[in-house]
Design a protein around this ligand. Structure first.
Ligand SMILES: [Zn+2]
Length: 152
């Protein structure tokens, strides 16, 4: 019996390719955008919106280590489930970002994806906290319902 292989290794991001985030759609290269906060730059995002974008790009690129490393320890899952086979991320739109305290911020965004021919739209207002100088993702709600994001 063949053992199911683990999730495929992260696809190598071409530094010169457009970044997966919304700034990439505006022409920014991965190396000059979210790539700066991946790998050795992980945790260096200067503000919550930059971290939000780099986390979206980490989802697109399958960079699980960055996702876990930028998750607040109070809410971080022990491990990340693999994306469903065939899931395609289509784009990110950051709608609003605001500081809610010296070390707290909120970012509202829409992330679009497609799975099995069905389009999906995730609208979330995420909360971020800065701990020891590093912005971390805390949690998110659906701005319309106030319910935890992804629950609908
Ligand atoms: Zn980016």
């Amino acid at each position: 019996m063949a053992v199911p292989s683990p999730a495929p290794a992260p696809a190598p991001a071409a530094d010169a390719a457009p970044c997966p985030c919304d700034l990439g759609a505006a022409g920014r290269r991965y190396a000059d955008c979210c790539g700066r906060y991946h790998g050795s730059g992980c945790g260096q995002a200067p503000d919550a919106a930059s971290l939000m974008r780099s986390r979206y790009s980490a989802f697109v690129l399958g960079r699980r280590e960055e996702l876990l490393a930028t998750w607040h320890p109070d809410t971080r899952p022990p491990a990340l489930e693999a994306d469903p086979p065939g899931l395609r991320w289509l784009g990110l739109s950051v709608k609003a970002a605001r500081r809610t305290g010296p070390d707290a911020a909120e970012v509202e965004f829409i992330a679009r994806s497609k799975l099995g021919g069905r389009a999906h739209r995730l609208h979330e207002r995420s909360r971020f906290l800065r701990v020891d100088g590093r912005w971390l993702y805390l949690d998110g709600v659906d701005p319309a319902s106030g319910q935890p994001a992804g629950a609908a």
